[in-house]
Design a protein around this ligand. Structure first.
Ligand code: PEP
Ligand code: MG
Length: 320
């Protein structure tokens, strides 16, 4: 990106993200720390679609942040967005995001298939309750969505929802203020994308984590360079899971976004629009370039084209 191009993009900051045929598109930011909301606001994101809360937990030699410290961080993120919604994902440590670099998970053969994300949270309910209470308390200061990573099983969903209720009861008991939240699940395990009825029965919205969805669908370790050439967002199986998730959410009137790298890839914007996606969450540095794609796109015309890509044997080739 040259200086001139960057300057041209910067002028799009306040331009609403609307396609040529008048479809409003929601462009959200992925953040790792409360301070990142500044950049998110600067690029004109209309909310945070993914606050990766694990960055508050990592590199602390096991001294995890307590409820107060987390509450403070989440509240700062909410205030930083000045009334725009903030989607806080509960801690997603393990595999490529170890708690401590030095203690990289060597004891388990397949850490990506091990005790990570919601599995790790459910293994330590007291720790998880600290986080849930902190998030609910931050929701008293603005619009907060609560997003759960890596769910696959009905039992995990039920345990999670029971703990959210427990956290609310705890706060009632203490007489502390908290806000209501929209509850969302990440779709990042193929089993989840194939059980949408279960997920939509329990959740208000879904967010497609394509980074992990690709990894688990294609059995490609996303952190392993030696198989990086096989990591393919355009594999027909990946596209089918993404497309089905979007359309089932539409059918049921629930919101859905993509928050994996695919959402910030300008070569995929038109395809995702054609598959019906209307909410994209990405690194702040990608927001303006994606907006430029959206301003040039005619979503209704992209629909048939996207179906063709979806049904082809070699989508990458067909995309040209
Ligand atoms: C994803 O898996 O696509 C995602 C957004 O989560 P993370 O990259 O943090 O695993
Ligand atoms: Mg993920």
């Amino acid at each position: 990106q040259g200086d001139l191009e960057r300057e041209r993009l910067t002028r799009l900051r306040h331009t609403p993200a609307v396609t040529l045929d008048g479809q409003k598109i929601e462009l959200l930011a992925n953040i790792e720390m409360p301070e990142d909301t500044k950049t998110a606001m600067q690029v004109g994101a209309v909310g945070v679609g993914l606050f990766r809360s694990e960055f508050l937990f990592m590199g602390r030699q096991g001294h995890l942040p307590d409820e107060e410290e987390q509450y403070d961080a989440y509240r700062r993120a909410v205030e930083g967005m000045a009334g725009l919604p903030v989607t806080i994902r509960t801690v997603d440590v393990g595999a490529d995001k170890p708690l401590d670099e030095a203690r990289h998970d060597a004891a388990h053969l397949n850490p990506a298939l091990g005790l990570r994300a919601i599995r790790w949270s459910l293994a330590d309910p007291d720790m998880f309750l600290n986080q849930l209470r902190a998030i609910l308390r931050a929701a008293a200061h603005g619009r907060v969505n609560l997003l759960i990573p890596m769910l696959a099983h009905a039992s995990e969903i039920k345990q999670t929802l029971a703990l959210v209720e427990q956290a609310q009861r705890d706060l009632d008991h203490r007489g502390m203020a908290y806000g209501s939240v929209q509850l969302g699940a990440m779709i990042e395990i193929p089993a989840a994308a194939l059980s949408l009825r279960l997920f939509l029965h329990h959740f208000d919205f879904l967010s497609i984590g394509t980074n992990d969805l690709i990894q688990y669908t294609l059995a490609i370790d996303r952190a392993d360079e030696s198989v990086a050439h096989l990591y393919d967002p355009l594999h027909p199986a990946v596209l089918k899971l993404v497309a089905d998730t979007i359309s089932e959410c539409h059918r049921q009137g629930k919101s859905v976004s993509v928050c994996g790298e695919m959402a910030g890839d300008v070569t995929l914007t038109r395809l995702l629009l054609g598959l019906g996606l209307r909410s994209f969450s990405m690194h702040p540095s990608q927001v303006l370039a994606v907006k430029q794609q959206i301003l040039r796109a005619d979503a209704s015309k992209l629909k048939a084209w996207a179906q063709d890509i979806l049904n082809s044997e070699d989508p990458a080739e067909k995309m040209g």
